[in-house]
Design a protein around this ligand. Sequence first.
Ligand code: GAR
Length: 211
Amino acid sequence: MSNKKRIGVLVSGGGTNLQALIDAQARGELTSGEIAVVVASKPGVFALERAAKAGIEGIVVERKSFSDKASFEAKLLEELSNRQIDILILAGFMLVLSDDFVKQFPDRIINVHPALIPSFCGDGFYGLHVHERALEYGVKVTGATVHFVNEVTDGGAIILQKAVEIPEGISAEDLQQKVMKEAEHILLPKAAELLCAGKVKRDGRRVMIYE
Ligand code: GAR
């Protein structure tokens, strides 16, 4: 039997970060884990097409099909348990998971955020908004963060970060693309491999990487 960790990727949109994981797997850079399922929080998202093209099972667990968050999360947990998922990767997943859910996967859920946490993060900071806020503020450097997920939005311990310079006059849309290409799509597969290989250890807020 393979001793690869079984990865579940949670998505809500276009799935370029999912694609980065799929490509890393194809290139042999993600070898300690394999993407076993992609779960979309709504139907019709392009991320599901990316999964299908790569021959990976894609399913939909839609929040609005459930009367409350607890029953939505119970279904999500059931789908993940049925597939013996070890590690969860939030790759552009736009829902906040409850403390009870997160506790089912201690130090086994990671998220990619398109800014240098603790800047431009927390409730309301997602997707393009993050870059709009960074430009409004006038920072000269932004970037991406991969962190453990805990009960606080974008509040878990930081695993990897990468800085990206902000050129003068860039639009929020172009900055989003630049941060994805130069930071997110590099960091997320790297963090996934390190975590699956057991090379990430957390002591409180401090994370050590054993490469
Ligand atoms: C990415 O920039 C990701 O970091 C961000 O949404 C985008 C999803 O793109 N996530 C958040 O803002 C979560 N707080 P993708 O679907 O193409 O990977």
